[in-house]
Design a protein around this ligand. Structure first.
Ligand code: ZN
Length: 359
């Protein structure tokens, strides 16, 4: 058992569970499978949307029964060990006829379905947060309308031809035009204005998310919302009212980001000089700024922490040496293959690195 406890696979399960818990505030088995890349998120989303061929989810997990069971065992043991408490989620989708329950396992065994619905959250969560979490986990996902791409098709009810660009709803895998789906009174609001979108949906008694399949990216992309005319009008009025306030808030956030970026670059420069005392201060500043730019906008504590870690610092410094202190770029421009070019300059990089490390 001790061996099993330290097995790389257990560590993989635990790492995935911890990551989801930190990100979402709760974690369920299906999150873990996705985080571990055993369940492609696109398959999970197709299942949530009730697409044809995605009636049950379990066969989509890319692992054998033994591995699935092992993952579950490690996950449960981890949740117990951490003292997490179960919170039941709902696996539902919103169809034209209301809320439909989604099925995970092939035979719909109630105990297993309940297991897959169970999320785990920290025990010491304040009541208010628990309430919010339960509301989030129980809420059926949005009603989804698809923008037609590719092949022609017909509405399964009225047989109207559906052309590319038309909106349709899938009902048990069959396309329905918006008229048959009773959604034709809604108006389309393209994505882009976050406040307007959020408020329109909030004030619409009926709303749907519009997605379009991107072949290039192989997933569905959000195009906008279908909302009621009244909801949109109300949202527009509200946005007009507090537009100046929102501009001020946006500017304040941008200023805070700039300040955080600046502080990050300073800290990074200091860390580089500490690890590489031989590195000229100007170059350390240059490396830090370059890394900071890459991190810009996401200089959260974890991103900054990761960038300040010794091996991340070394990667940044090595990249800098490669481009500035060797003829690597020239080799690339001259047609040398990337891996060959890297091999050619490796010795030189190590010499500079050793020199900067003060070795
Ligand atoms: Zn129709």
């Amino acid at each position: 058992m001790a061996e099993l406890f330290h097995s790389p696979f257990r560590q993989r399960v635990v790492r995935a569970a911890e990551a989801v818990l930190q990100r979402n505030g709760s974690v369920g088995p299906l999150d873990v499978f996705q985080e571990m890349r055993l369940l492609p998120p696109s398959h999970f989303q197709n299942w949530c949307k009730g697409l044809e061929g995605f009636k049950v989810l379990l066969p989509r997990i890319q692992a054998g029964p033994a591995k699935i069971q092992q993952t579950i065992d490690f996950f449960k043991a981890w949740a117990t060990e951490k003292g997490l408490v179960p919170v039941e989620a709902a696996h539902t989708r919103l169809g034209v006829h209301g809320v439909e329950t989604l099925q995970v396992t092939e035979h719909g065994d109630p105990a297993w379905e309940a297991f897959y619905r169970t999320h785990y959250a920290p025990r010491d969560l304040p009541a208010k947060k628990v309430a919010r979490l339960v509301a989030k986990l129980q809420k059926p996902p949005d009603l989804v309308v698809f923008e037609k791409v590719g092949d022609a098709g017909k509405c399964s009810e009225c047989q109207t031809e559906l052309l590319p660009g038309d909106f349709l709803l899938l009902e048990k895998g069959q396309p329905l035009c918006l008229t048959c789906a009773d959604l034709d009174q809604l108006v389309f609001l393209p994505a882009g204005n976050t406040a307007l979108s959020r408020r329109s949906r909030q004030h619409s008694s009926l709303a749907a998310v519009v997605v379009r399949f991107s072949r290039a990216r192989n997933h569905y992309e959000r195009q906008g919302l279908l909302v009621t005319e009244a909801g949109l009008a109300k949202a527009e009025a509200l946005c007009e009212l507090d537009a100046p306030t929102r501009t001020i808030a946006r500017e304040r956030a941008a200023r805070a980001r700039t300040a955080a970026d600046h502080q990050f670059v300073t800290e990074l420069t200091r860390a580089i000089v500490q690890q590489y005392p031989g590195c000229p201060i100007a170059e350390a500043g240059h490396i830090a700024e370059h890394t900071g730019r890459r991190n810009s906008g996401r200089v959260g504590r974890s991103a900054a922490g990761r960038a300040l870690d010794a091996s991340a610092l070394e990667l940044a410094v090595v990249a800098h040496i490669r481009h500035v202190h060797t003829n690597y770029d020239e080799l690339l421009m001259g047609g040398t293959a990337r891996l060959d070019a890297r091999a050619l300059v490796r010795g030189h990089i190590h010499r500079v690195l050793a020199e900067w490390s003060g070795m």
